[in-house]
Design a protein. Structure first.
Length: 156
């Protein structure tokens, strides 16, 4: 196989369950680590290479062929469909992570946040901390889901 071609492989097939189990603040860190490792692989860097989250991957040498390789590998890891122009639309690691958290991944709240719904024994301070870690989009999604779950059909 020519050096310019990198075999497409899933970064971490267990990533989606780990993201679902993580509290929202940890999800960004998990995504950052997974996407950083995948970008490092595509760029021919060491897997533990530090990638500046605000530097364009195109500036770092990522071409369109490798961008598609990254897209396919991430699709497999996260079990989702992504646009072919993903890394050109979201050219930095930071913008890529934000895109996944805000627009792509529709993850249920972590178990500790879910326990707050049932009025369980979870510590209120911990629940408040977890809610504070959510982005506006995650909070809006959580609120919309909660409202949908509690909506009562009104008589006409």
């Amino acid at each position: 196989m020519p050096d310019s071609l990198i075999p497409v492989q899933a970064v971490d097939e267990g990533m989606l369950p780990r993201l679902r189990a993580a509290v929202p603040a940890e999800r960004r860190e998990l995504l950052m680590a997974m996407l950083s490792a995948e970008l490092a692989r595509a760029l021919g860097l060491a897997p533990d290479a530090r990638i500046d989250p605000r530097r364009s991957v195109v500036e770092m040498g990522l071409d369109s062929l490798r961008a598609v390789d990254v897209k396919i590998a991430v699709e497999k890891s996260l079990d989702c469909a992504l646009p072919t122009t993903l890394l050109f639309d979201y050219p930095t690691l930071e913008s890529l992570v934000n895109y996944f958290v805000d627009e792509v991944l529709t993850l249920e709240p972590a178990p500790a946040v879910q326990s707050a719904r049932g009025g369980g024994e979870a510590d209120v301070a911990a629940q408040a901390s977890e809610l504070a870690a959510l982005t506006e989009a995650e909070l809006a999604s959580l609120l919309a889901k909660e409202l949908a779950d509690t909506s009562v059909e009104r008589p006409r």
